[in-house]
Design a protein around this ligand. Structure first.
Ligand SMILES: [Cu+2]
Length: 237
């Protein structure tokens, strides 16, 4: 919806006085279908999907900071944060014990180290794309920062459809992020005065958030006694 508005705004700016799109602009529409697991599906809806154009023009409309991803109750909040390229995101720890936020996503990797309740550290995201955010203490803590270079991104509506309007003709790369399955990326040709319609099928997979720790090793089970004492800060006592 946000993207639709940005597209309409762009088209309006380029053809003042006209409610319609300029004849030399085109659009992309799509219908997303989610194929859920038959047992124990974790999908809550199309909020678990983000569709975006990697290389559309930046005509404004990008979100403004401050941006924040909080750690509380061993969870990141929000679990999905969309930020413009070059944005800084703070990671406050609002739990009663330490977390070690990190990412190994190429181009946007970082390691904030272990820090305690009430502290916050910031990260600047330079490379567009999906950045996986983890905690080196708690494997169940998973979030994503999606770094965008333009405002052509959206969650599909409740019926699974989306639209990007007011696009200059050309070749674009449409990316689809899905919290419970593989990301997709495809080329889309946009022609002036025409609508390019897409169908996108997403398949839910089991254990999509399995990952390694910050040095590439499997996590020691969270419930193991030593690890638990360490993260609660009891080991020092
Ligand atoms: Cu943690």
């Amino acid at each position: 919806v946000r993207v639709l508005a940005a597209g309409v705004l762009a088209a309006t700016m380029m053809s003042p006085g006209s409610g319609a799109f300029a004849a030399d602009e085109g659009s992309i529409t799509g219908a997303v279908k989610i194929v859920r697991l038959k047992v124990a599906s974790a999908v809550s809806g199309f909020g678990d999907v983000l569709v975006y154009l990697e290389d559309a023009p930046n005509v404004g409309g990008l979100p403004r900071g401050p941006f924040q991803m909080e750690q509380s109750h061993k969870t990141f909040t929000p679990k999905l944060l969309v930020v413009p390229q070059g944005a800084s995101v703070s990671f406050p720890n609002n739990d009663f014990f330490g977390h070690n936020v990190f990412s190994v996503t190429p181009g946007d990797s970082f390691d904030l180290g272990l820090y305690d309740a009430g502290m916050s550290k910031s990260v600047t995201f330079e490379k567009p794309g999906v950045v996986s955010i983890y905690c080196n203490v708690h494997p169940q803590m998973v979030a994503r920062v999606i770094v965008v270079s333009n405002a052509f991104y959206t969650h599909p509506g409740s019926d699974g459809t989306f639209a990007f309007k007011g696009l200059p003709p050309g070749l674009y790369h449409l990316a689809v992020w899905f919290a419970f399955g593989q990301a997709l990326r495809q080329e889309v040709h946009v022609e002036g005065g025409r609508e390019t319609a897409l169908r996108i099928d997403l398949r839910e997979i089991r254990a999509p958030d399995r990952h390694l720790d910050k040095v590439g090793m499997p996590y020691v089970s969270y419930s193991s006694a030593g690890r638990q004492r360490r993260h609660l800060g009891l080991a020092k006592k």
